[in-house]
Design a protein around this ligand. Structure first.
Ligand SMILES: *[C@@H]1O[C@H](CO)[C@@H](O)[C@H](O)[C@H]1NC(C)=O
Ligand SMILES: *[C@@H]1O[C@H](CO)[C@@H](O)[C@H](O)[C@H]1NC(C)=O
Ligand SMILES: *[C@@H]1O[C@H](CO)[C@@H](O)[C@H](O)[C@H]1NC(C)=O
Ligand SMILES: *[C@@H]1O[C@H](CO)[C@@H](O)[C@H](O)[C@H]1NC(C)=O
Ligand SMILES: *[C@@H]1O[C@H](CO)[C@@H](O)[C@H](O)[C@H]1NC(C)=O
Ligand SMILES: *[C@@H]1O[C@H](CO)[C@@H](O)[C@H](O)[C@H]1NC(C)=O
Ligand SMILES: *[C@@H]1O[C@H](CO)[C@@H](O)[C@H](O)[C@H]1NC(C)=O
Ligand SMILES: *[C@@H]1O[C@H](CO)[C@@H](O)[C@H](O)[C@H]1NC(C)=O
Ligand SMILES: *[C@@H]1O[C@H](CO)[C@@H](O)[C@H](O)[C@H]1NC(C)=O
Ligand SMILES: *[C@@H]1O[C@H](CO)[C@@H](O)[C@H](O)[C@H]1NC(C)=O
Ligand SMILES: *[C@@H]1O[C@H](CO)[C@@H](O)[C@H](O)[C@H]1NC(C)=O
Ligand SMILES: *[C@@H]1O[C@H](CO)[C@@H](O)[C@H](O)[C@H]1NC(C)=O
Length: 800
């Protein structure tokens, strides 16, 4: 059985268990036979569980793992379609540490005898059909760390005795039919990190002592019948990242202490009867990305301080009784992608930034709200910056100076890159001016500026010109556009980094490109910059993101144009996906190999150290094949910018330890290998390098789990599913984990080079290596062909 391989490989050499030869202990054999008898195995996974059992401990019995003396230490048979019941004789496996039978169809009662297994640490029985009570005896498992019985038909109360299992750090009883109260003594479990009791029929009040769970990171009680108010002690859960109390019967007002939970990332209180105001102190939630207060009875105003929560990406206060205006400060929330204030009693103008980003469904049901698409036009023009929609003809505008944004709307162009692309504004202005000669105050302003920049800018079509004095240089590739096309493309922000902001630009012909606008004053002198950027434009490899063009603006603006990658970056692909979109082991391996290939080309062929490799700048194309972005960008930048970038990578957790001591970016390829190792750990564990677990960073945490012989606990749960279904996956996971740990060795000299990493990855999973290289077959020759045209193309520079 695959997962057993994982456990074995993780055991230190001294404690080598009986993989060959050790005979199973008699009591354990009887236990297993009884378990086999009560199971129904329609797909025949347990075919080998027959005969004398002489081979039960040597791999003959799928899913069984033994330790010293032929004692069974683990049963792991997830996703096997097993039905029937779990025999009470499981209590004979007195050395059992791990029982993993999740995602099967097991029914009947949970055996109370589990409570008599002194070594039991992990019980994964979720997604089965167990009914009846949660056995109170489970509280007797003194070493139990994880108890996951979610997704069954368990009923009755949550036994208070579970609080006796004092080592518990994960307790998940969600999606059952449990009733009664949340036992208050669960709040005394000293190590509890995650408590999920959502989707049951629990009632009563939340335990007031909940604040004692000092290590708690996740608390979900949603979809129950819990009443009363949110206890004030909640403010003591200083590690809490996710709090979901939605769809209950909670009342009272929001406790002020809630807002000193600085680590909280997600707060969901929707579907309750919570009243009172939203306190100004809400900006104490400095790390919040999701806030839902929907469908309560909150009144008062939306505090302007919400605009201070810069991390906020989703805000829903719909269906309350809120009054007053939408604070202008919310315009500052650059990451806000989901917004809903509908069905309140709000009034006044919607801030422009919000009305342009969100459609009417975010605002409806507030009779006195104006200035969003589909609403009344705000009548009081005196409030600046609120003029969002149906643009008046320019001639009817009041004579006050128009700001750039209004100007853009007025002429119908949606230049979201407007700050840098003043030239785009000028273009429109010129056209506009030709059409109507009527002089206006704003127009004078703009034409004055146009004259000041470069009067030679002849507006023009095909190929060149019209960019207000800039210079566009194309490298090889399928893209053809003019500077005008580029500057006036519709653009949306994809992300920001220390080097600049990346936009997705939609060209007039409907194609997309990614445009990186470099920050001001971070590049080398123009001459050096051009020499370097022309070299980078020649870099071509299937796993390196191709630089297709660059643009130098008249005021020193610098744009780099790359292929647009539909699947975004690896970080969000891994960490921000929908719950039901697993990423398979083969896909992850393909990504790891692709990154290694790209890095090898960069190091060995191009002699470039990336210096800032993170999962944020690994992009994925339609086939989920990786392309390393930002290659060699550090060569374009001055030293200050580069040390800032290294610091930023450090904050994300990718910086090699040796770089922490250096002020400047080092040119060591082995630092890139460290980052590659972190990315491999990220692929294996599903965790971000920035995440810390019990104060350990990702490599430390992985190393600690491996030391404690619980290697399979480090892997992303999804991968365990693969490991269960596939054949060699378990062993591949462990080998890849070892390789990754090798790459993050604190000593640079000890790390392998890119060539060695790639070779080992290919040995670990030859099937992916083969399919990857065969899917690239067309590429190399094409790459060579295009590379030769580069030099010629580079000359087709567009200059004014
Ligand atoms: C046990 O099952 C295996 C696989 O079906 C079979 O090859 C073997 O002969 C069986 N052994 C006994 C003793 O029944
Ligand atoms: C739990 O521990 C308490 C004492 O701490 C004891 O009275 C109780 O019987 C224990 N319950 C179980 C089920 O072990
Ligand atoms: C909660 O209880 C009600 C009736 O007692 C039942 O209809 C409902 O299905 C239960 N909900 C869950 C999630 O079990
Ligand atoms: C949940 O329990 C209630 C009674 O406690 C019962 O009426 C209901 O059918 C149960 N629901 C399920 C899904 O088992
Ligand atoms: C949060 O607020 C509560 C109540 O106001 C207080 O007891 C607690 O110490 C505060 N926690 C922190 C970390 O400030
Ligand atoms: C807030 O989030 C950042 C980045 O995710 C993290 O480094 C920081 O520790 C968090 N702050 C708290 C108080 O948890
Ligand atoms: C928070 O927001 C308010 C209102 O927008 C503002 O006055 C205040 O200075 C901000 N505080 C911080 C720390 O940014
Ligand atoms: C905004 O989102 C981006 C991408 O998810 C993230 O890198 C950045 O840190 C966020 N900004 C803030 C202020 O949270
Ligand atoms: C909303 O507020 C108004 C006045 O402030 C009050 O009359 C009304 O009852 C409130 N509605 C709800 C659902 O609380
Ligand atoms: C809406 O708010 C106004 C005051 O701004 C109040 O007079 C009115 O009663 C409120 N309406 C409802 C339905 O709450
Ligand atoms: C409005 O936006 C929401 C969320 O972005 C989207 O689901 C919905 O289809 C849009 N509705 C209209 C009418 O554009
Ligand atoms: C906002 O909430 C309302 C009511 O809950 C809903 O009808 C609407 O679809 C939501 N709009 C968005 C953009 O989520």
């Amino acid at each position: 059985m695959v997962i057993s391989v994982v456990v074995m490989a993780a055991l230190p050499a001294g404690a080598q268990p009986s993989s060959g030869g050790v005979v199973i202990a008699q009591a354990d054999l009887q236990g297993l036979q009884a378990i086999r008898q009560s199971l129904v195995d329609p797909r025949g996974f347990l075919r080998g569980w027959n005969g004398t059992g002489i081979d039960a401990c040597s791999g003959g019995w799928a899913g069984v793992k033994c330790g010293d003396g032929g004692k069974v230490v683990a049963i792991q048979l997830p996703f096997k379609g097993l039905a029937g019941a779990l025999s009470d004789k499981v209590g004979q496996l007195t050395s059992l540490r791990k029982l993993s039978l999740h995602d099967n169809a097991l029914g009947g009662q949970l055996p109370a005898s589990l409570g008599f297994l002194p070594d039991l640490r992990a019980v994964y029985l979720f997604n089965n059909r167990f009914a009846g009570a949660v056995p109170p005896q489970l509280g007797g498992c003194k070493l139990l760390q994880t108890l996951d019985l979610s997704g069954n038909f368990l009923s009755g109360n949550i036994p208070a005795s579970l609080a006796n299992a004092t080592r518990l750090f994960r307790l998940n009883l969600a999606y059952n039919n449990l009733t009664g109260v949340v036992p208050s003594n669960l709040a005394s479990l000293p190590f509890l990190i995650s408590l999920q009791l959502n989707n049951n029929n629990l009632s009563g009040e939340m335990p007031t002592a909940i604040g004692n769970l000092r290590l708690l990171q996740e608390l979900s009680l949603s979809n129950n019948l819990i009443s009363g108010s949110i206890p004030d002690g909640i403010g003591s859960l200083s590690k809490l990242q996710s709090l979901d109390l939605s769809t209950n019967l909670l009342s009272g007002s929001l406790p002020v202490s809630l807002f000193n939970l600085t680590s909280l990332v997600e707060l969901k209180l929707d579907g309750n009867d919570i009243g009172g105001n939203i306190p100004d102190a809400i900006d104490g939630l400095k790390n919040l990305t999701k806030l839902s207060l929907r469908r309560n009875i909150l009144d008062g105003e939306i505090p302007a301080t919400v605009g201070n929560i810069s991390t906020l990406s989703s805000l829903d206060v719909s269906e309350n009784n809120l009054t007053g205006g939408i604070p202008e400060s919310l315009s500052r929330l650059a990451n806000l992608t989901s917004f809903n204030v509908s069905y309140n009693n709000l009034s006044g103008p919607v801030p422009v930034a919000l009305s342009t980003k969100f459609n009417s469904t975010s605002f409806v049901g507030n009779i006195q709200l104006c200035g969003y698409n589909g609403s009344a036009i705000c009548t009081s023009i005196s409030s600046p910056g609120t003029m969002a929609s149906p643009p008046l003809p320019l001639s009817q505008r009041p004579t006050r100076k128009l700001n750039k944004r209004e100007l853009l709307f007025a002429v119908g162009g949606i230049c979201l890159l407007f700050l840098l692309l003043f030239s785009c504004v000028l273009l429109f202005w010129r056209k506009d001016k030709q059409e109507s000669e009527s002089p206006k105050k704003g127009a004078k302003d703009a034409t004055a500026k146009a004259a000041a920049s470069k009067p030679a800018a002849a507006s023009g079509g095909g190929g060149a010109g019209g960019d207000g004095g800039g210079k566009l240089v194309h490298f090889d590739g399928p893209l053809s556009f003019t500077a005008d096309d580029l500057l006036c493309a519709t653009a949306e922000i994809l992300g920001k980094s220390t080097y600049g902001t990346v936009y997705k630009a939609t060209m007039e012909n409907g194609t997309f490109v990614a445009v990186k606008r470099l920050r001001e004053k971070i590049a080398k002198s123009q001459k050096e910059f051009e020499a370097e950027v022309n070299a980078l434009g020649k870099l071509r490899h299937p796993n390196l993101l191709a630089l297709r063009a660059y643009y130098l603006g008249p005021k020193g603006e610098k744009l780099l144009v790359f292929d647009f990658m539909t699947k975004g970056n690896l970080a969000s692909f891994l960490h921000a996906r929908a719950p039901d979109s697993p990423v398979s082991w083969a896909t992850r391996m393909n990504i790891a190999m692709g990154v290694a290939r790209g890095l090898l080309h960069l190091h060995a062929e191009a002699d470039i150290v990336h210096g800032n490799l993170t999962s944020n700048n690994i992009l994925l194309d339609d086939d989920v094949s990786p392309k390393i972005a930002d290659c060699g960008l550090s060569r374009l930048m001055n030293a200050t910018a580069n040390s800032n970038a290294v610091a930023a990578a450090g904050a994300l957790g990718y910086r090699a330890p040796e770089l922490a001591k250096l002020k400047k970016a080092s040119n060591n390829a082995k630092s890139d290998i460290f980052s590659l190792g972190m990315i491999m750990l990220e692929l294996l564990t599903g965790k971000s390098p920035g995440d810390t677990t019990n104060g350990l960073d990702l490599p430390q945490w992985v190393a600690s789990v491996v030391e404690e012989e619980w290697t399979n606990e480090v892997f992303d749960l999804e991968l365990m599913k693969d490991a269960a279904a596939g054949s060699e996956a378990g062993e591949e996971l462990v080998k890849t984990l070892k390789l990754a740990l090798h790459c993050v060795d604190p000593s640079p000299a000890a790390r392998p080079d890119a060539q060695q990493v790639l070779r080992q990855l290919e040995q670990i999973k030859p099937s992916v290596a083969m399919s990857a290289s065969s899917s690239f077959t067309g590429e190399p020759s094409q790459t060579i062909a295009t590379a030769t045209t580069v030099t010629d193309d580079t000359k087709s520079t567009i200059t004014e």
